[in-house]
Design a protein around this ligand. Sequence first.
Ligand code: MN
Length: 256
Amino acid sequence: MPFGHDLCELRILNQYAMKSITRRKFVKASLTSSAALVVPLFVQADNLFPDEKTITPALQFTQLPLPYANNALEPSIDALTMEIHYGKHHSAYIKNVNDAIAAENISFASEKDFFSNTSKLSTKARNNGGGAWNHNFFWQVMKPGSSAPTGKVAEAINAAFGSTDKFKELFTQTAMTRFGSGWAWLVKDGNTLRVGSTPNQDNPLMDVSELKGTPLLALDVWEHAYYLKYQNKRNEYVANWWNVVNWDEVAKRLNS
Ligand code: MN
């Protein structure tokens, strides 16, 4: 069997079986692999060396693709801000949280578990984990050309806040009064909706957050989100941001 073929088989083994395979077991598989051996190893990997400690790979955060072009949210959000925000700030949060996960041996099964255990994490993991998740969320809840909330979202907003205008007023005020860097949120909390804000890169999924619930909508009010275009005028940024809210994504999260 040519060596290159073995490597190919091992990559397949690696891809599908590493979730619960041990390092020593993988080395054994590497040393003894042949076409005949690789398949049984793949099928029975967990049972071959039951005395060895299983290594669960650490959670990894992934930067989701931007669902539109950098200039798609113009003029509310300019292309250069989007390019730097997504390409530099967000990608740095992703890299840094994954570095922290590796350095600190953080092993949670899901992002949800990561955030419900934030109180046990380092500041680096907390800040960058929040930054990684919050921005993935933020890109999804925007789109070019917003419309008004309809259907169940409109009903829920009316029930909680009186009207869409009153909701917008409260959300805007919350975004404006978040001192320094942070986020404004609309969350589902039990049977009702709530508006609130978090400092830094905290989010309502974190056990350390005062505001808790399922995030439906978020607005980044860090200066990096608006300063190039709006400078100190956060109020204009927030006012124009309503033109790019993706209410379909809000509805999806409300119904999930
Ligand atoms: Mn940001």
